[in-house]
Design a binder for this molecule. Structure first.
Ligand code: ATP
Length: 365
């Protein structure tokens, strides 16, 4: 609907065989990623895994030791930051405190030598886009943290880059503001059509906003997929563990057919499981089951697992049951509280655990 702010198309980023050494420390180890035009793409991982370094190589602030960065199929590895149609929004906003809101937003365009009338017109559109109409004349220092973040976004979007890089842009905001800015960022991405590459260590933030997520660990990409893939079909232990709470169970493969296997749990029960790599009957595997995909009940022949409740944690919307299984391991069940009052179970109760259909995923070794 916003014709003036709609980019013709967002840029597609290719990172091919990227390695980055700082002296004798390797920060990025052979990363290959294809970020699609127009997508909200997130680099997710713990502190120090190399997210910011990857982002800085897309921006051109850092050069890869090996490998290429492509934009729409063209190698941009040797271009300076200001020669790339890429802009960055930083965590600390980096606004100019002595300038007004409008002057901050128009700054990049002024540097590009754009005429006054064009700058005024784009600034007006940007103020509208980030819901700061009428605030153009204010000193930025008079704005709240959330408003300053919007100015930083408007400033980065004003030159209509093909790609916007966002390095933990919401981490300075309090939780409530952060939630509303998440929605705001998603809207800005959809409305402008610009490719967003977002860096965060917050898994919930990544799941909420992204079209696709790359989960990183120690300089490598462990898995790339939609939020659903990453959460429901984690390929390996690191990904399953990093994205939300989970249960790991040792199991043995009984049969394999297509992309489904039957596995036998330590309780003797057999359940279906999906898998990301080759598995063979007789093989020992680890399966992942999310706590919300299991239910607690009185023990019965239908129970897949049995155990003793060690702890019940009431969390308002749902209740967590920490259960010690017969093999001594702990299993967590998260159940939604359908009604108020007691869940009907107490600590030390013997319970049976049943599973929703098709919820087990075998991990890659
Ligand atoms: P964070 O979330 O903490 O910012 P990150 O995943 O973004 O972490 P990077 O900032 O990319 O991680 O850093 C990856 C690793 O490379 C870290 O161990 C960091 O100390 C190291 N590193 C980054 N920049 C440099 C540099 N200029 N010189 C030396 N080491 C660096």
């Amino acid at each position: 609907t916003e014709t003036r702010t709609t980019a013709a198309h967002g840029g597609a980023i290719g990172m091919h065989g990227i390695k980055k050494w700082f002296g004798n420390f390797q920060a990025v180890d052979d990363v290959t990623l294809d970020i699609r035009s127009n997508e909200f793409f997130t680099l997710l991982g713990p502190s120090g895994c190399g997210k910011t370094t990857l982002l800085r190589m897309i921006a051109g602030f850092e050069l890869p030791t090996e490998g290429q960065v492509l934009l729409d199929g063209v190698d941009i590895s040797s271009l300076l930051p200001n020669q790339r149609p890429v802009n960055t929004v930083f965590q600390n906003y980096a606004l100019f405190p002595h300038l007004t809101v409008a002057e901050n937003i128009g700054f990049g365009l002024k540097m590009l030598g754009k005429p006054r009338s064009e700058i005024d017109s784009v600034v007006k559109d940007m103020l509208k886009l980030v819901h700061l109409e009428g605030r153009g004349g204010n000193p930025v220092t008079q704005l709240s943290g959330g408003q300053q973040q919007r100015v930083a976004l408007a400033r980065a979007l004003a030159p209509r880059p093909k790609v916007l890089l966002l390095d933990e842009p919401l981490s300075a905001l309090d939780l409530k503001l952060r939630k509303s800015m998440q929605m705001e960022l998603k809207r800005l991405q959809t409305e402008t059509g610009i490719t967003f590459v977002f860096v965060t260590h917050d898994q919930e933030e990544a799941l909420t906003m992204s079209d696709r997520i790359a989960v990183m660990s120690t300089g490598t990409v462990r898995q790339v997929g939609s939020p659903w893939d990453i959460y429901d079909r984690p390929a390996e232990r690191f990904v399953a563990d990093f994205i939300g709470e989970t249960n790991f169970l040792e199991a043995e493969v009984v049969a394999v057919s297509g992309d489904r296997a039957r596995v036998r749990l330590s309780s003797g029960a057999e359940i279906p499981a999906t898998f990301p790599a080759d598995v063979t009957p007789g093989g020992k595997v680890t399966v992942v089951i999310r706590p919300e995909h299991a239910q607690v009940g009185t023990p019965s022949p239908a129970s897949v697992l049995r155990g003793i409740i060690r702890e019940i944690v009431y969390l308002g919307t749902d209740t967590h049951f920490h259960i010690r299984l017969e093999d001594g391991t702990t299993f967590t069940v998260r159940q939604q509280n359908a009604r108020s009052g007691s869940c009907g179970f107490s600590k030390d109760d013997a319970v049976g655990i049943s599973l929703s259909d098709d919820v087990a995923q075998i991990l890659r070794d």
